[in-house]
Design a protein around this ligand. Structure first.
Ligand code: PGA
Length: 246
């Protein structure tokens, strides 16, 4: 039985004031019934962690490949672990687009996160043009294969896969529960072709305009194990409602 994983990706949003407000109203210090991780901008990691209970894990939205050294501006996965973070997002489509991160670099970041003993969430997803051309699964499987080739299929079980169709991110256009369910099932089949145990344990979460209204229907899909939530995670009440929908 896979436990739901609900992740809040704040992207480049937030302030100390928001961190306080969010923690006060979101975290009641009780088990939320799902694994919950919040990814604030990295500078707010410590503040958020200091204000939340053990039921709210924290993580960062990106990490460098190297473990230390002369890499100005980079953060090592081991440093994230050092300050109490437990998860790292790798390969978010905004970084793939804005920072030109390719599949190979994303796979190296995935490996660095695993090596530090943290859990990666790797984001995969197709553009609208790719979906219309019938290439959605080919794109997603190429993104995943880069990880599997470098890290081995069993590494997937140490983290989670976020299916985030690019056309659904921040657009208000959610994949239908069926579209999400189908892609998640295809991803699980791909993994099952390599390792049945990993396929049944790895969590495949959906991201792209998830909100309190659509979350329940998405989670009703057998293959949807949670959500990576952007916009609707910035306010504690809407994020809490999404967690409650599990
Ligand atoms: P969104 O973002 O919920 O605002 O669409 C999701 C994401 O990019 O992770």
């Amino acid at each position: 039985m896979r436990r739901y994983l609900i992740a809040a990706n704040w992207k480049m949003h937030g302030s100390l004031e928001m961190v306080h407000k969010f923690a006060e109203s979101f975290d009641q210090g009780v088990d939320l019934g799902a694994e919950v991780v919040v990814f604030p901008p990295v500078v707010y990691l410590g503040a958020l962690q200091g204000l939340t209970s053990k039921y709210v894990q924290v993580g960062v939205q990106d990490v460098g490949v190297a473990s230390a050294g002369a890499h100005t501006g980079e953060i090592a996965a081991s440093m994230v672990k050092d300050v109490g973070g437990s998860w790292v997002i790798v390969g978010h489509s905004e970084r793939r687009a804005d920072q030109l991160e390719g599949d190979d670099l994303v796979a190296q970041k995935f490996a660095a996160v695993i090596a530090a003993g943290l859990s990666p969430i790797v984001c995969v997803g197709e553009t609208l043009a790719q979906r219309k051309a019938g290439d959605a699964f080919a794109v997603v499987s190429k993104q995943l294969k880069a990880i599997i080739d470098l890290c081995g299929v069993s590494a997937l079980a140490k983290g989670a896969i976020a299916y985030e169709p690019l056309w659904a991110i921040g657009t208000g256009l959610t994949a239908t529960p069926e579209q999400a369910g189908q892609m998640h099932a295809s991803i699980r089949d791909l993994v099952a072709g390599l390792d049945q145990d990993v396929a049944s344990s790895v969590r495949i979460i959906y991201g792209g305009s998830v909100n309190p209204e659509n979350a329940g229907l998405l989670f009703a899909q057998e293959e949807v194990d949670g959500a990576l939530v952007g916009g609707a995670s910035l306010q504690a009440p809407s994020f809490a409602a999404i967690v409650a929908a599990t």
